[in-house]
Ligand binder design. Structure first.
Ligand code: Q9C
Ligand code: ZN
Length: 342
């Protein structure tokens, strides 16, 4: 399986994020991708390729142009205001406030276009997110051209980003961009399977009322786990998308057997949808050693994930999402990808 990778991810390098009233060292850091790249290169998995630029069009097919313009220009605006350090939102248009009028204030627009204060907007956030999407689209091209599978090694991750907001370390929803591009290329039914510890609220929301893209996720119960406000089991889709959304929330602390039981149920339901393409939102923050997540998957389980995914016999695009046990991410990701190839 070939990997597509771009160096621009390193331009997005937050130093700190908010945690319990303090600024702590950021978790979503360039070293994450460096460790994965080293593990991919050492594994003999396949070639490592550079992305081809597909332009803004495929991003605009998922995200609102106003949101993309905001993220692209945010750092320059922040600099003009004299911003020191990374930019964070501090005010949001919650219930009873208006979100239909776009404010002139940069601080207000930071809130309008975001969902949390845990996502530092850095000098290189746009560049990294843009090239992350191009890396994703290039990996999709390999699969559309007949490769059995491909892996997009990207950061920042994507699955929390909605059509018009960033959050959860995500700016551009790569899984959604890939699913939409696959639809445009003629795939009739696309399935996204999200195995990141956190529910992919952005991906779910983007396709919630659509029957042509199926979304399934196994994740920490939103009663106690981020993103809190989406990801419950009763969210099954709406309108034409009714029955095309499946959530498998598990309690914090869930281990190998509990996780795999839910995973197997997700695979059965997804298979019944009869997709033509599978996109895997591959977060490895389910690992027992992850510093911000609370499942207890052991390292050998990641190979099992890949082996089980192979049984679906679908063209499969793997996209990097979370995983914050920096030195272990490479091992865990490569274990999934090699398991798939066995
Ligand atoms: N200080 C992904 O895994 N809050 N995003 C964590 C820890 C947000 C994770 C708080 C976690 C988002 C793609
Ligand atoms: Zn996650």
């Amino acid at each position: 399986m070939d990997t597509v990778y771009n160096q621009h991810h390193g331009l997005h390098a937050a130093t700190h994020e908010f945690f319990r009233g303090r600024l702590v060292p950021a978790f979503e850091v360039p070293a994450r991708a460096d460790y994965v790249l080293a593990a991919v290169q050492a594994s003999g998995l396949g070639a490592v390729r550079e992305p081809v630029d597909h332009g803004l069009g495929p991003l605009e097919a998922v995200h609102s142009p106003a949101y993309l313009r905001f993220v692209r220009g945010a750092w320059a605006e922040w600099q003009q205001l004299g911003g020191e350090g990374d930019a964070f939102p501090a005010v949001w248009p919650v219930r009873s406030l208006r979100s239909d009028v776009v404010p002139a204030s940069f601080a207000a627009r930071m809130g309008l276009y975001s969902m949390d204060s845990g996502t530092p907007l850095t000098a290189g956030a746009w560049e990294a997110a843009y090239w992350g999407a191009q890396t994703t689209l290039t990996a999709l091209d390999l699969v559309l051209a007949g490769a059995r599978s491909a892996y997009a090694l990207t950061r920042p991750p994507g699955h929390h980003a909605g059509a018009d907001f960033f959050g959860g370390y995500c700016f551009v929803n790569n899984a959604a961009v890939a699913a939409q591009a696959a639809r445009a290329a003629g795939k009739q039914r696309v399935a996204i399977l999200d195995v990141d510890y956190h529910h992919g609220n952005g991906t779910q929301a983007i396709f919630y009322a659509r029957g042509d893209v199926y979304y399934a996720s196994i994740h920490g119960d939103p009663q106690t786990e981020y993103p809190f406000f989406l990801g419950h089991a009763d969210e099954t889709g709406a309108g034409a998308g009714l029955g095309c959304n499946a959530n498998y929330p598990l309690p914090a602390g869930a281990g190998n057997e509990q996780w795999f039981e839910a995973f197997e149920r997700a695979l059965v339901a997804l298979n019944a949808y009869a997709p033509e393409l599978l996109i895997v939102s591959l977060g490895v923050d389910t690992y027992a050693g992850d510093p911000i997540s609370h499942f207890k998957l052991d390292q050998p389980e990641f190979r099992r994930i890949g082996q089980a995914l192979r049984t679906l016999q679908l063209p499969t695009l793997f996209l990097q999402e979370g995983g914050y046990a920096t030195e272990a991410i490479g091992h865990n990701v490569v274990a999934v990808l090699r398991g798939f190839e066995e």
